[in-house]
Write a new protein. Structure first.
Length: 381
């Protein structure tokens, strides 16, 4: 697992030491307003802290927290980010959405994570008539891209798959295996994925790890007819287990994973040997990119958290910088309606070289890059 510094653990500990929102299902914290400071803009981040999503959620939340802390130190702008931890259940999510709806001081939902929670929060908001901006959720699914309340910043799953397939076109790929780590992930993500596969005119074999079995045992039992390219729709730990099973099976397959997985973290989890893995990311390289905003991110990350960069926390940082810019444009003492109206302008914003500019598809970026971990264990590209 990614190692966390003591300072980061103290900051993230604020999420855990929260007041109850509904039994033990969801929890929230609101930082205090200190005497002598102007009233901050208050926003909420919903986080899935179930076992498979917890690390992703905390990395993404780190980026937002980092952006807001840096802005307060350098410009005086204050955004108070209230964390609401959701255990993955529908009841917890509905309770959290109801609490946000009832608290008129909360101006926006910012950085909802992971993807299943982001999808469910949009659905719950529609059901409950919650008129609030959903800003930079962790969301590659495009089914809600036409929703006027959604402001999705990063490349869609279709963008990522197209990019990978373009690189594999010389190999004549016509079929993908789509592997889900469990039935719940399949139920949440397959409807959107099926539309992509249809648009790309590909054949697909959809598989899901059965209840009571892990991804390692599942892939170890694959038959020889499994497609040569496998799109794995899980997180770091699940992917490591999946590649272990393939390695034990002695089956040569390419595994494609999207921006949910950080290659560095993955390698720390003892994955299977000799299994080539293609990783996509939807932000510049957090370790080497010369973008001024990425340099600022690296410097702030070391200053406040003293830990290594990752694509997930960089995405959160970019989301936080964008959100803060729009919140500032909404003026002092804004209302929820005023904030939503300001986001709906979808103004182009330059974040020190990283431009946020919404396209006709409703997303602000189609940027995708990829890295191949080859069968020899070396990164390429």
């Amino acid at each position: 697992m990614t190692s966390h510094s003591p300072q980061r653990r103290r900051l993230l500990g604020a999420m855990a030491g929260a007041a109850a929102l509904g039994a033990t299902a969801a929890r929230a914290t609101t930082p205090p307003v200190h005497a002598g400071e102007g009233a901050p803009v208050q926003v909420t981040q919903l986080m899935d802290v179930s076992a498979t999503q917890q690390e992703l959620s905390r990395d993404y939340a780190t980026g937002f927290r980092l952006a807001f802390q840096e802005l307060k130190a350098t410009t005086g702008q204050r955004v108070d980010l209230r964390f609401v931890e959701v255990d993955g259940s529908e009841a917890a999510l509905n309770d959290a959405i109801q609490k946000v709806r009832a608290d008129s001081a909360q101006m926006a939902l910012i950085g909802t994570v992971g993807e299943g929670l982001a999808l469910a929060s949009l659905q719950a908001s529609q059901r409950q008539g919650l008129e609030i901006a959903h800003v930079a959720p962790y969301l590659a699914d495009t089914r809600f891209d036409g929703d006027a309340h959604l402001f999705a910043l990063f490349a869609s799953r279709e963008d990522q798959i197209r990019f990978v397939l373009k690189g594999l076109s010389a190999m004549g790929v016509s079929e993908l295996g789509i592997v889900y780590p469990n039935a719940a992930q399949q139920a949440a993500l397959q409807p959107g994925t099926a539309k992509i596969i249809e648009k790309l005119q590909l054949k697909a074999r959809v598989m899901s790890v059965p209840a009571g079995q892990d991804a390692e045992a599942f892939s170890r039992g694959f038959d020889s007819k499994v497609p040569y390219f496998l799109l794995f729709m899980g997180a770091d730990i699940e992917l490591a287990l999946f590649t272990r099973g393939l390695s034990q099976r002695g089956m040569q397959r390419y595994v494609i994973c999207l921006s949910d997985v950080d290659p560095t973290t993955f390698l720390q989890l003892a994955p299977g040997k000799s299994v080539p893995v293609i990783f996509t990311r939807v932000v510049p390289d957090p370790r080497t990119s010369p973008f001024a905003v990425v340099r600022s991110y690296r410097a702030a990350l070391q200053r406040y958290f003293s830990e290594d960069p990752s694509p997930t926390s960089l995405a959160g940082y970019l989301g936080g910088r964008y959100a803060a810019a729009v919140l500032a444009a909404a003026g002092p003492n804004p209302t929820r309606a005023r904030v939503l109206a300001e986001f709906k302008r979808r103004s182009a914003i330059d974040l020190d070289g990283w431009r946020v500019e919404f396209g006709d598809d409703g997303r602000a970026s189609s940027y995708v890059a990829q890295t191949l971990l080859n069968a020899n264990g070396s990164f390429v590209g």
